[in-house]
Design a protein around this ligand. Structure first.
Ligand SMILES: [Zn+2]
Length: 158
């Protein structure tokens, strides 16, 4: 009887250790708390922001946006880019040479057989795009952002 109990305890502890070891990466992955703040997000916006999707190139209304102002997170409203950092990369996605300080957190994304640096809104954690090292100016960076994740607010309408 004593032996059975010990065996059961052992198996239980072993099981807990075993599963926590294997589930650890998932816990880390979910450590960035993403939650819907803007209840009006569309299905497509949610797919990009919460499942790291990508919008079709040349579909964003923001590609031709040239007014002065700031680009905000479509989910939480955090200020992410200044219009002065925007440039036409020809890729079909709104592109920027730099983000506002502390706007994003990055992580390495190995999907599609590529090694890319993905970035998330530092405030709400949602996916925005990827940053590449082939930018046109001294920052050397190119932030390739899904237009659906951004809301542009022109300076004049502050
Ligand atoms: Zn955000």
């Amino acid at each position: 009887m004593k032996y059975n109990l010990d065996k059961r305890t052992f198996l239980k502890l072993f099981g807990i250790t075993f599963f926590s070891f294997f589930l650890m990466p998932f816990k880390f992955a979910n450590a960035v708390t993403k939650k819907v703040i803007n209840e009006n997000l569309t299905k497509k916006q949610k797919e990009i922001m919460f499942n790291e999707g990508t919008e079709r190139p040349f579909t964003s209304d923001l590609l031709n946006e040239k007014r002065e102002g700031f680009y905000h997170c479509a989910n939480c409203g955090a200020k992410l880019f200044a219009s002065t950092a925007k440039f036409d990369s020809g890729t079909g996605w709104p592109s920027f040479t730099e983000a506002l300080p502390g706007a994003f957190k990055t992580k390495i994304d190995y999907s599609f057989g590529m090694r890319r640096i993905e970035y998330h809104c530092a405030n709400c954690g949602v996916h925005h795009g990827h940053v590449f090292a082939d930018g046109p100016n001294e920052t050397g960076k190119r932030f390739c952002n899904n237009g659906l994740c951004l809301i542009f607010k022109p300076s004049s309408s502050n």
